[in-house]
Structure formats: structure tokens, C-alpha cells
Write a protein that binds this ligand. Structure first.
Ligand code: ADP
Ligand code: MG
Length: 562
């Protein structure tokens, strides 16, 4: 037998493992959720590959997950007949921190063990969580369609080994040599409870066999195990009736499909039965996914066809400005053998996508009306992304303008455009806004002074996207958007109810002389110097021409050398 190769873990992994090994996290049971989740993903991946290469699953067509506990040997085995891993896969997947969730976890580590341990619950740490309960882990695995099997082993210290393995058939078998204080995870009752709690929604049957201390030795033959009823329901969650699904089950499903560990802030579950048939189970996360502002703008909603997983790279299926959605869309109408490439321009998919987008928008609008607080929490987290739709999705612009919320000079809350227009001043014809790099900077804009003095509300915009959609969207219900840093905003027409104090007003002639003097001194740096109503405290401020670019946009473009 060939000698095992030794490999060092990536430094980040070593740090993470150190934390796991010494963890005092009280909910260690989540390690099983992670292993089952991986096993189920592996089955999904192979089921998809087998659509075009049916030979891959011919000899063993039923996907399943088995959990075998042996209290005497103190081992827990999790076995699947999914896609498996070859040597390169093993090194890439179980030696580095590839996944964004874990990377996010690492970023948050403080070095304070107590606090860091709390983060395990918030992020989950995937496969590496096994080292909370096991002092040695073996992964015996064979990639579907390949002959060689490999044995990966580690005790969670700095290194792991990979040796040639001996395994009949494809898939992965993970053996945990349990720590002395982790015996509870070898008991049937406990294991059943954990599977039901976290993994009931998993669409692959999970079977449990327990032997050792309190049980008869009845699991010797593999055939017998296969007759056991699965512990989980084994039907895809989105195909079940809403009434039969608890909030906890939805949450666990959300965490599984999105590889996230927060609570969903919103969910949408329905089945369309018209011209097209499909099921939708979508979630809005509570916190921003790590890759939210990646230029790739990847959508992560999973596409299934007749309950077969097709892909989780569904960019183009739903619009980019909804890329924070997580969950599943399952179509009855797309061909099962559709390739990921063919999805790009598929008309069936296009129609379905547009109907789903409309539904999501409609539900968000309903939520805004019914539960403003909940909607605003979602808006605070994802509004900056949704606003991208204002400039790139002409078809939805009207609907989106109803949804957008802004900070304004009037209080600390979120304000809709309808609210704003509803309290516009007499003779005020425009929706005034100011943009800047952040909320604090925007609030300090000297140009705001005159507006504040007159009680004219101004939208305070500080998302980078704001400058872009304002280039494209000219008005809301006939009221133009107007930057307060641009041109001669005609404040003088707007009634303020405050009597003008004429003795504060500088005589017209003196102002003209002053302006001419200043123009002389400033030369080409300015195109004009004018008296203005817009300041009350500050002596002077810069404004852009009506026809010129907004000042903040100009600064942003300059910063990017454009
Ligand atoms: P994640 O599941 O979020 O990708 P994990 O740490 O749970 O992160 O797993 C890391 C990777 O290891 C997975 O993405 C997968 O490629 C691989 N992997 C883990 N378990 C299995 C398994 N049972 N079968 C095949 N591949 C697996
Ligand atoms: Mg995982």
C-alpha cells in the first residue's frame, strides 16, 4: 500500500481548526447538519451530471445518505453515493477555505475565544465543524466515473494526509472518531432528533443505523439497513403544502440552499399553475451576503427542473438587482436535459423569470404597506442593490419608484416618493436631492442651509448607485428630480411662512460688485459667481451648472479617471 502524502492546511484553515478543536460552543450538533448538507449537495451534483452521462449512476441509481453510529467503537459514519471527490478535489475542498461563508467567518474573528465561538453559530463553518466533536476524521471517497479512491485523514492539527483508498463504488464515506465527551452523538434518539430538526427538508432519504451499548447488534448486514424507513421526510420542501411546513423547517432549508446562517428576513413560497407550471421558494436574507457587490453580480437562486437540480449559477434568470434572493425555482416545463448554456436564451425561462420578478416586486409592495418596519429593514440591507433596477430595468421602473425609500432632511426615518410629494411646499415643483459619499457628509452639505430654512425637504442620497439612476430617471409622477448642488434652484418662489427680514438682505448693487470682484480673483476656476437664497450660515458654496454634471458624480468619475 502506498504511503500517505502529508499536506499542511492553508494557514487560515489551521486557525479555524484550532478554534474548532478547542471549541466550547454549546450547539456542537450542527456538525451533522453540515455533513448531511454536503452529502445532499454531492447527490444533487451527480444527479445533474448523470442527465448527460447516464452511465455515471447506472449501477447504483437511487441516491441515499446513511448515518451509522457505533457506540462501542466510538465512531460515527456519514455515507453518501453522490459525486465523490478525486485527489485534486480533496486538496481544493478540504484543505483551503474556498467558500465565502467560511471566509466571512474568518474575517470576523476577534481572537477572543468566547466571542469567536459565538460566530460559529452565526456562520456555520461547513465541513470543518466536525472537529468540534471528533479528534480524528477520515474521508474515504471516489469520484463518480473514476476508478481510484482516496483516503483523507486529519486530527485537526496543522496537517492532513491523503493516501490511496479502497472503496467499492462512488461517493463519500466520512468516519468521525468521536471525542470522549461527544458520546451523545452516538445515540439513536439524539441522532434522530438532530436529523429531524435540521435536515428534514433534505430531498435525499437519510437512513440511520445504530449499534453498540444499548442496542442489539442488528445492523451487521447492509441489506437490512436499506429496509429501514428514512428519518427525514425526503421530499423536496418546496413541493410540500405551505400548511405542512413550520417556520423552523423553512429556516433550515434557507440555510441549506444559501449556505448562510442567518434568519431569512422574508420568504415567498408559491406554485404557478397557469400556462407554465413551476414552484418558487425564495428568501431574502437578513444580512448582506459576502459577494453582494462583486462585479460579477452572480445570482444564487437554484434552478431545478422537475425536482432535478440543474444549476445554482442562475445569473440572467432573475435580474441582477435581485441577486440577493436565495432559494429554489423548480420548473415543470423546461426540458430535463437542458444544459446550463442553453438556459441563457430560453424563452420558457424568460417568461417564468419575468413572472417571478413581478411577483417578488408585488409581494415587497404588499409588505411595505402591511409591515413597514419589516420592509424597511430589508430596504436598509438591500436598497442599494434594488436601486440598480431603476437604471437598468426600464420595464420595472414605475414599480420600483413606488418601492424606493430615502433618508431625508425631515427626520430619521425612511421616506417614500409618495410621502415626499405629499408634503411638498406650495409652489415647489421639483423633488430636491443631494448626493455624497456617505450619509454624514451629505448631511453637512452647505447647500442644504437654504432648504432647511424654508422647510423644504431634501433627499439625502449616499449610495454610489444613486448618481447613476438619477442620470436615467428624470421624474416621479411628473415631478423632476433636481440636485441642490446644481443650477439656480428657485427657492425664492417657495413659500416658507416665515416673514422676510429685509434688513438682512444685501443691497442688489453691492452684491453685483462683490460677485464681479470674486470672479476676477477666481478667474477660470469658476464659470460664474451669483447671489443665492440657498445659504443661511455659510458665506459661499460651489454649485454645478444646470447643464453640467452633478458635483458628486463629477468627483466620483474623476476619482475613477473617467
Ligand atoms: P460548502 O458546503 O459551503 O461548500 P463545506 O466546508 O461544507 O463548504 O465543504 C467544502 C467542500 O467540500 C464542498 O463544497 C464540496 O466540494 C466538498 N465536499 C464536502 N463534503 C462532500 C461530500 N460528501 N461529497 C462530495 N464533496 C464534498
Ligand atoms: Mg457544506
Amino acid at each position: 500500500k502506498a504511503k500517505a502524502e502529508q499536506h499542511g492546511f492553508e494557514a487560515e484553515v489551521a486557525r479555524l481548526l484550532h478554534l474548532m478543536v478547542h471549541s466550547v460552543y454549546s450547539e456542537r450538533e450542527i456538525f451533522l447538519r453540515e455533513l448531511i448538507s454536503n452529502a445532499s449537495d454531492a447527490c444533487d451534483k451527480l444527479r445533474y451530471e448523470a442527465l448527460t452521462k447516464p452511465d455515471l449512476t447506472k449501477d447504483d441509481p437511487e441516491f441515499h445518505i446513511e448515518i451509522v453510529a457505533d457506540a462501542k467503537a466510538k465512531t460515527l459514519v456519514i455515507r453518501d453515493n453522490g459525486v465523490g471527490m478525486n485527489k485534486d478535489d480533496l486538496k481544493a475542498n478540504l484543505g483551503t477555505i474556498a467558500r465565502s461563508g467560511t471566509a466571512g467567518f474568518m474575517d470576523r474573528l476577534t481572537g477572543d475565544a468566547k466571542r469567536d465561538v459565538q460566530l460559529i453559530g452565526q456562520f456555520g463553518v461547513g465541513f470543518y465543524s466536525v472537529f468540534m466533536v471528533a479528534d480524528k476524521v477520515s474521508v474515504l471517497t471516489c469520484r463518480a466515473g473514476e476508478d481510484a479512491a482516496y483516503l483523507w485523514e486529519s486530527d485537526g492539527s496543522g496537517t492532513y494526509s491523503i493516501a490511496d483508498g479502497d472503496k467499492a463504488g462512488r461517493g463519500t464515506e466520512i468516519t468521525l472518531h468521536m471525542k470522549d465527551d461527544a458520546g451523545e452523538f452516538l445515540e439513536r434518539f439524539r441522532l434522530e432528533r438532530i436529523v429531524k430538526t435540521y435536515s428534514d427538508h433534505i430531498a435525499v432519504p437519510i437512513r440511520l443505523a445504530v449499534s453498540g451499548a444499548d442496542e442489539q447488534e442488528k445492523t451487521a448486514s447492509g441489506d437490512e439497513e436499506k429496509d429501514d424507513a428514512p428519518v427525514n421526510q425526503g421530499s423536496a420542501l418546496w413541493t410540500r403544502a405551505k400548511a405542512d411546513i413550520t417556520d423552523d423547517q423553512y429556516t433550515e432549508f434557507y440555510r441549506h440552499v444559501s449556505h448562510a446562517f442567518d434568519e431569512p428576513a422574508f420568504r415567498l413560497h408559491y406554485t404557478a399553475e397557469g400556462m407554465q407550471q413551476y414552484s418558487v421558494l425564495l428568501f431574502i436574507p437578513e444580512t448582506r451576503p459576502m459577494d453582494l457587490f462583486d462585479p460579477a453580480r452572480k445570482s444564487r437562486v437554484k434552478l431545478y427542473v422537475k425536482r432535478v437540480f440543474i444549476t445554482d449559477d442562475t445569473s440572467g434568470m432573475l435580474p441582477g438587482w435581485l441577486r440577493f434572493l436565495r432559494g429554489v425555482v423548480d420548473s415543470q416545463d423546461l426540458p430535463l436535459n437542458i444544459s446550463r448554456e442553453m438556459l441563457q436564451n430560453n424563452p420558457v425561462l424568460k417568461r417564468m423569470s419575468s413572472a417571478i420578478t413581478k411577483k417578488v416586486l408585488g409581494e415587497l409592495e404588499k409588505l411595505a404597506a402591511k409591515d413597514a418596519e419589516k420592509f424597511e429593514a430589508i430596504w436598509s440591507t438591500f436598497g442599494a442593490v434594488i436601486k440598480e433596477g431603476l437604471y437598468e430595468d426600464l420595464e420595472r421602473r414605475e414599480a420600483l419608484l413606488k418601492l424606493v425609500r430615502f433618508r431625508t432632511t425631515d427626520g430619521d426615518g425612511w421616506v417614500s416618493l409618495a410621502d415626499y410629494v405629499g408634503r411638498m411646499k406650495d409652489k415647489q415643483s421639483a423633488i430636491y436631492y443631494v448626493t455624497g459619499p456617505d450619509e454624514a457628509a451629505v448631511k453637512r452639505s452647505p447647500q442644504l442651509e437654504g432648504f432647511k430654512a424654508k422647510g423644504v425637504e431634501v433627499l439625502l442620497l449616499s449610495d454610489p448607485v444613486d448618481d447613476f439612476w438619477l442620470q436615467m430617471v428624470s421624474d416621479y409622477e411628473g415631478k423632476p428630480f433636481k440636485s441642490i448642488t446644481r443650477g439656480a434652484s428657485d427657492l425664492s418662489d417657495i413659500a416658507d411662512g416665515v416673514a422676510k427680514d429685509d434688513k438682512d438682505k444685501a443691497p442688489e448693487g453691492e452684491l453685483t460688485v462683490l460677485a464681479t470682484l470674486m470672479k476676477d480673483v477666481l478667474g477660470d476656476a469658476v464659470s460664474d459667481v451669483r447671489a443665492s437664497d440657498r445659504l443661511t450660515e455659510t458665506a459661499a458654496c460651489l454649485v454645478a451648472d444646470d447643464s453640467a454634471m452633478d458635483m458628486h458624480l463629477e468627483r466620483m468619475l474623476k476619482a475613477n479617471n473617467q
